[in-house]
Design a protein around this ligand. Structure first.
Ligand code: SF4
Ligand code: SF4
Length: 444
């Protein structure tokens, strides 16, 4: 079986982003494979943990990718402050004799944005609205590399290393089966340290926010790397609770056109024609479709609303709203890069430590207390875990499954991923969207 098919059979999707099926991303004989090991969301340490624990496996996967897919160069991009992890990776590279480079960056946000990391490593700008392969580059996350290694060994993606931090008793990395409830992960980290709290799935900048009542209904998927428990009174939930109408009214009436949002926008600073201040102005005047179309270039990193804007406005939310309208209407503009914009970039990088202070997260640890396993009595496994179509259920209620068995199928040509049982047990519910498995080792 060739490597892309092994990766497909292992159910590997991008672990650090939207969950694009990895086998679809791998282009033969591309110039450069970049491994994104620059996790930049404040408080998250999952990729750092994976690097420290699985350096040999990561290098094994990259060696296979280089030789079988013909990448001319392979570079791991990580933060220079990860001293111990860098040492471990260097030892693994040296032991394998592999021709793999390390690129060390400063710790700023959002260095883990793949287009920002590409600019850091190569000095090149991905064409606005385009994808890295336009420059002959493929980018994968470091946890994806570990999953590729497992796929080569015939294993599938059944677990995820998740940072569980904030208001929990024992902030740590939790090894959770796919489909474990967030509640089980929080319990594995000693439980919530507060009675009333909210949940962030992902990082504080780009993560999704939920109320405490959703603790049991939320489950871990292949793309979830973080759970942060925060007090109800924290500034983040208040910020995100604003209704869209209020956000749009504020954009029209309160924006002072200081343009700080544009000055600090990471996509503007790599040369993309994205000026959030101009998008804000256009929502007020509604006269310039070209300016509104710039919203399509927004990566939703959150710098403009959570760091830049002195008026506490939400250019990101405005961009998301406008993007939705433009896509609905099939608008596909052509953009041009402006290299002149990049000259101030080095002076405008936002240190992660400064961001942590700005977000009022300094009381939470950036180093975690090791790794614990989460062993829930049941899992609810979504049949869609990333970009693409739902997989088709391959099991029915009453079936006995072993961890690693296929429970949802897609075709190799599809954009989607094969889904596997993450624990052994009995299927107790199955529909087009979710398979529930009750753990029952003795029945096997
Ligand atoms: S930073 Fe805020 S006030 Fe200034 S231009 Fe941007 S949205 Fe308007
Ligand atoms: S969220 Fe704001 S800062 Fe980030 S890319 Fe979009 S416009 Fe730029």
């Amino acid at each position: 079986m060739d490597l892309p098919r092994q990766i497909f059979m292992g159910g590997v999707v991008g672990a650090g982003g939207a969950g694009f099926p990895t086998h679809k991303k791998l282009v033969k004989n591309a110039d450069l494979l970049i491994v994104n090991a620059a996790e930049c969301e404040p408080l998250l340490c999952s990729d750092k943990f994976v690097m420290s624990r699985f350096a040999n496996e990561i290098i094994g996967a990259l060696t296979a990718l280089k030789s079988e897919m013909g990448f001319k160069r392979v570079v791991i991009g990580t933060k220079q402050k990860y001293g111990a992890e860098i040492k471990t990776l260097r030892a693994a590279i040296s032991a394998s004799g592999a021709d793999i480079e390390l690129f060390l960056t400063k710790s700023f946000y959002p260095v883990g944005d793949e287009q920002v990391l590409i600019y850091e490593i190569t000095g090149k700008t991905v064409p606005p609205g385009g994808i890295p392969i336009a420059l002959g580059i493929v980018v994968i996350n470091v946890t994806t590399a570990l999953n590729i290694y497992d796929a080569i060994q015939g294993k599938s993606v059944t677990h995820r290393y998740v940072t569980v931090t904030g208001e929990v008793v024992n902030p740590c990395v939790v090894r959770a089966p796919i489909g474990a409830s967030v509640s089980a992960c929080v319990e594995a980290a000693g439980g919530a340290a507060l009675k009333d709290f909210m949940i962030v799935m992902g990082g504080p900048m780009m993560g999704r926010q939920y109320g405490k009542s959703q603790l049991d209904s939320l489950v871990i998927t292949k793309t979830d790397g973080g759970i942060i428990i925060l007090p109800d009174s924290h500034c983040l939930p208040a910020f995100h609770a604003k209704p869209l109408e209020h956000i749009m009214n504020q954009a029209r009436s309160v924006c002072i056109q200081c343009s700080y949002c544009t000055d600090q926008c990471p996509r503007f600073l790599i040369g993309h024609p994205l000026h959030p201040n101009r998008v804000m102005r256009s929502t007020a005047t509604n006269t310039n479709p070209e300016m509104l179309a710039e919203a399509l270039l927004c990566s939703e990193c959150g710098i403009c609303e959570l760091h830049a804007c002195p008026m506490r406005l939400s250019p990101r939310q405005v961009n998301i709203h406008i993007k939705g309208l433009l896509r609905k209407n099939g608008v596909k503009p052509v953009f041009k890069t402006n290299p002149d914009q990049t000259s101030m970039r080095d002076y405008r990088k936002i240190a992660q430590s400064r961001l942590i202070a700005r977000l009022d997260l300094t009381q939470y640890p950036t180093r975690l207390n090791g790794c614990v396993s989460c062993e829930p009595a049941s899992v609810r496994i979504p049949l869609r875990q990333g970009i693409g179509r739902n997989s088709i259920p391959a099991v029915s209620v009453g079936d006995i499954v072993k961890a690693g068995d296929v429970i949802g199928r897609v075709e190799f040509e599809d954009v989607g991923s094969v889904i596997h049982a993450s624990v052994s047990g009995i299927v107790t519910a199955a529909d087009a969207n979710v398979i529930t498995i009750e753990r029952e080792e003795s029945a096997l």
